[in-house]
Design a protein around this ligand. Structure first.
Ligand code: SF4
Ligand code: SF4
Length: 164
């Protein structure tokens, strides 16, 4: 996994133009079986991917925190939401709450999430490759393939399964 992570940025860069063209076409015309194929590719990839060997998303990006996330997590810490915000979060350029710093404060030394049961929705759904209407998150996916080896593989398989 370490080797894959070391080369992922370059691999994603090399594929960027090809991926961008593919997703531009996908936005204009979606295959009828898009949701079905994405679910299948996502499940297949995550059957063989061990996120505990990776944790690159938690180490390098970090999630957005919705107000519902903040309420739920702060409650589990027996903190007021405002205390949680002051301790762990900042507001980014899009006016979203994000972590003060990465790697995520809640990632332990063995890549376990210390708040797994109450983790943000964005963490539960990352890398969003099983999302319905996948063409709507093309820009996000173009970024995610440089962070997540599973997302990279899924997009590579997607191009083979759904040529445009
Ligand atoms: S979701 Fe992707 S980046 Fe995050 S730990 Fe799993 S394989 Fe790694
Ligand atoms: S909250 Fe948990 S899953 Fe989300 S980035 Fe932090 S360690 Fe990873």
């Amino acid at each position: 996994m370490k080797q894959i992570l070391n080369s992922l940025n370059k691999l994603a860069k090399d594929k960027h133009i090809e991926n961008k063209k593919y997703f531009d076409k996908l936005k204009k015309k979606q295959p009828k079986n898009l949701d079905y194929v994405m679910q299948e590719l996502h499940d297949k990839e995550f059957k063989k991917t061990d996120c505990l060997q990776c944790a690159n998303c938690c180490k390098t990006t970090g999630p957005l925190f919705t107000l519902a996330d903040i309420e739920r997590i702060s409650k589990s810490f027996r903190q007021k939401p405002q205390q949680f915000i002051e301790q762990y979060l900042r507001v980014d350029e899009d006016k979203d709450y994000v972590l003060n710093s990465v790697p995520c404060t809640f990632l332990d030394s063995e890549n376990y999430c210390m708040i797994y049961e109450v983790r943000p929705k964005a963490c539960r759904e990352f890398p969003h490759t099983d999302r319905k209407k996948f063409h709507q998150i093309s820009d996000l996916t173009l970024k995610n393939v440089a962070v997540c080896p599973a997302a990279y593989n899924i997009v590579e398989e997607m191009k083979k399964r759904l040529p445009l």
